[in-house]
Design a binder for this molecule. Structure first.
Ligand code: GDP
Ligand code: MN
Length: 367
């Protein structure tokens, strides 16, 4: 199973390999939002599982937010080697001094892991491997013995880099090898591993784990397969906006509003694991839909954390010019924290969905 670059990088980070600040965007608007929040130059990187994306035009360097929008739209309409681009990594742009190549894979014939490194990394590595094969240093690792830090440093030394880089390079090689083992990887590769003023940073990731071992890494497999986070939004002819996490819960919320004598204005499913940002986006969507008089936000926290929901609600209401009545049903993971935040912000909430729906209709009828 191949992983997207941004997921590979999250794993690198957990293992102590430095990465650049980056966030995933599914739309050009989202890319603009993220880039402006980051307040520094960014690179837009299409997330696909095929290689050679840079050469195929899948990486862009926008100079301003207008370009972020246009380039992100362009990338999101692209297909790279038959793979549709569905999301982007909006990443801090690095000032690159050098590009190295580090790769660990399994040599089937030798039945051993093989570490390949080069001080000339980057997009032309395949060409380098063909034209100047001895510029790529290959070392086998005994899979049954511990791979020791000095062995990693020896590999780094063979790369022919300046002496002050041997120890930091060795450290990255050690960490890459340790995650290679931990995740039952087939390939763990950093190309390029860049040298910047901040040190060595993984500017790209390639991670592929054995299909037979995927069951040992369920959580990872789940995030890697997630669909677009764009929510399902349907405009209806009532005036109470119904927002829920999950289609079932959202539909139940609509039924409840109808049962209490109200009419839903929207069906808006924000999906599971909605972040503070998602909640803010969802609320902005319904606040910009003129027929909406009351918002009924129905959240059952599982993966979605109630405190994130509360923060999103507060942020959205603070940034909106429109005053609208909102009734929140908030329970589940971190509910005490979420409810406390709402209380402090003076936003009413209910624990029971039925009571919340009833309240929404009462407020609507009193307007
Ligand atoms: P790939 O083509 O899919 O392997 O994409 P990479 O993520 O490896 O990027 C390809 C090339 O784009 C790198 O080798 C760099 O030369 C360049 N690049 C990527 N990110 C940055 C960045 O943040 N700053 C600069 N200056 N160049 C970058
Ligand atoms: Mn690369």
């Amino acid at each position: 199973m191949k992983f997207f670059e941004h997921i590979g990088k999250e794993i690198f980070k957990e293992e102590g390999i430095s990465i650049l600040e980056g966030h995933v965007a599914y739309t050009a608007e989202e890319a603009v939002d993220i880039a402006s929040d980051m307040e520094k130059p960014v690179v837009l990187k299409s997330q696909v599982k095929v290689g050679g994306r840079g050469k195929a035009g899948g990486i862009k360097f926008p100079k301003n937010s207008g370009e972020v929008f246009h380039m992100a739209s362009e990338l999101l309409n692209m297909e790279i080697k038959g793979e549709k681009v569905k999301h982007l990594l909006v990443e801090e742009k690095a000032d690159i001094k050098k590009e190295f190549f580090l790769s660990i894979s399994i040599d089937r014939a030798a039945k051993q892991p093989i570490i390949m490194v080069s001080k000339e990394g980057g997009v032309d590595i395949e060409e380098l491997a063909i034209k100047y094969p001895n510029k790529i240093i290959k070392s086998y690792v005994n899979p049954l013995a511990e791979f020791l830090p000095y062995q990693a440093r020896e590999i780094a030394k063979k790369m022919g880099v300046e002496s002050n880089l041997i120890s930091p390079l060795g450290s990255v090689i050690s960490k890459l090898y340790s995650l290679f083992q931990k995740y039952d990887a087939q390939i763990a590769e950093i190309n390029p591993l860049i040298l910047t003023d901040e040190g060595l940073i993984a500017a790209d990731s390639k991670l592929e784990i054995e299909n037979d071992a995927v069951f040992r890494h369920q959580n990872l497999a789940k995030v890697n397969n997630y669909k677009s986070k764009e929510f399902a939004f349907v405009k209806l002819d009532g005036d109470i906006a119904v927002i829920g996490n999950g289609a079932g819960l959202t539909l139940t919320g609509m039924d409840m509003i109808q049962l209490k004598g109200g009419k839903p204005a929207t069906f808006l499913d924000i999906g599971g694991g909605a972040s503070e940002k998602t909640i803010k986006k969802a609320l902005n969507l319904v606040l910009n839909y003129p027929p909406v008089k009351v918002v009924f936000l129905n959240v059952l926290g599982g993966i979605t954390r109630a405190d994130d929901v509360a923060k999103g609600v507060i942020a959205a209401l603070n940034s909106s010019d429109r005053k609208v009545n909102i009734v929140i049903r908030l329970t589940g993971t971190n509910e005490e924290e979420g409810q406390k935040l709402l209380k402090e912000a003076g936003i009413p909430f209910e624990i029971s969905m039925e009571e919340a729906a009833e309240k929404a209709v009462i407020i609507r009828n009193s307007l």
